[in-house]
Design a binder for this molecule. Structure first.
Ligand code: NAP
Length: 255
């Protein structure tokens, strides 16, 4: 590896929160195929997590895949998750904060608990994991943190004030951490997907999906693998000079 030339090469190890399904699963697979030992975190769906782990498995026996149940919105749970990744993988070099939920509704009807739940998982979960991982990465003077934002964190979306607020906050968190951690060779970037075909978006009505597709210059949904490919690049040595960025994977929607 470029930055450790002369020192025995070691594999960079990755944790993907919400890695059991959708975008997180595709990121875990892309990282495993790029040669990274991976830990997949999930919140409740063990079958999906096991399936994701099987997809990550490669011929290389030195590339273990672990799964770990944790609700990242729980402060103690998130800290335990990071410690577990460090122990089981040997060291945590790449953190992908992907776990996320929606509780959509117009502001007049939005329940406080729906606002809170989205902020807790999307924003606080990301903050808890970043804080614990940063402690380890700073000591090692290397790290890649990739936070999952969204196009709606940049542009907003009617019916998603809670979700948009959480994603806009993730962008602020990302840019601030990039500045704080750069001196230790830790890069922090955000990905802002547009409309990606996953369980999350399959919950939308047919009419809403049709209208969304019409608003996408490339006229189709993105695939989770298209986000996975960007995450694998941001985690790579080649991305060492990219930090504090918000990169869209949105078919031109945010252009
Ligand atoms: P998804 O298909 O609903 O998958 C969500 C993943 O997050 C699952 O692995 C789920 O675990 C996990 N998760 C949920 N709450 C969690 C918690 N409290 N702790 C730990 N894990 C938790 O969602 P997706 O569409 O792949 O979205 C992934 C990320 O991309 C989210 O941050 C989302 O906001 C963002 N995003 C998605 C789109 C899109 O169009 N799909 C667009 C922009 C941004 P279980 O399997 O155990 O439930």
């Amino acid at each position: 590896m470029g930055e450790t030339a002369g020192i025995k090469e070691e594999k960079r190890c990755a944790l993907v929160t919400g890695g059991s399904r959708g975008i997180g699963r595709a990121i875990a697979v892309a990282l495993a195929k790029a040669g990274h030992p991976v830990m997949i975190n999930y919140s409740g769906n063990l079958d999906a997590a096991e399936e994701a782990a099987m997809l990550c498995a490669t011929e290389d026996l030195e590339l273990p895949v672990f799964i770990e149940q944790t609700d990242v919105s729980d402060e103690a749970g998130a800290a335990k998750l990071i410690q577990s990744a460090e122990e089981k993988l040997g060291h945590l070099d790449i953190l992908v904060n992907n776990a996320g939920i929606t509780r959509d509704g117009l502001i007049l009807n939005m329940k406080t608990e729906d606002f809170q739940a989205v902020l807790d998982t999307n924003l606080k979960g990301t903050f808890f994991c970043c804080r614990e991982a940063a402690k380890l990465m700073m000591k090692r003077r290397f790290g890649r943190i990739i936070n999952m934002a969204s196009i709606v964190g940049l542009h907003g979306n009617a019916g998603q004030s809670n979700y948009s607020a959480s994603k806009a906050a993730i962008i602020g968190l990302t840019k601030s951490l990039a500045k704080e951690l750069a001196s230790r060779k830790i890069t922090v970037n955000a990905i802002a997907p547009g409309y990606i075909d996953t369980d999350m978006t399959r919950a939308m009505s047919d009419k809403a999906i049709e209208n969304t597709i019409k608003a996408i210059p490339l006229r189709r949904a993105g695939q989770p693998e298209e986000v996975g490919a960007l995450a694998a690049f941001l985690a790579s040595e080649d991305a060492a000079y990219i930090t504090g960025q918000v990169i869209g994977v949105d078919g031109g929607m945010g252009a």
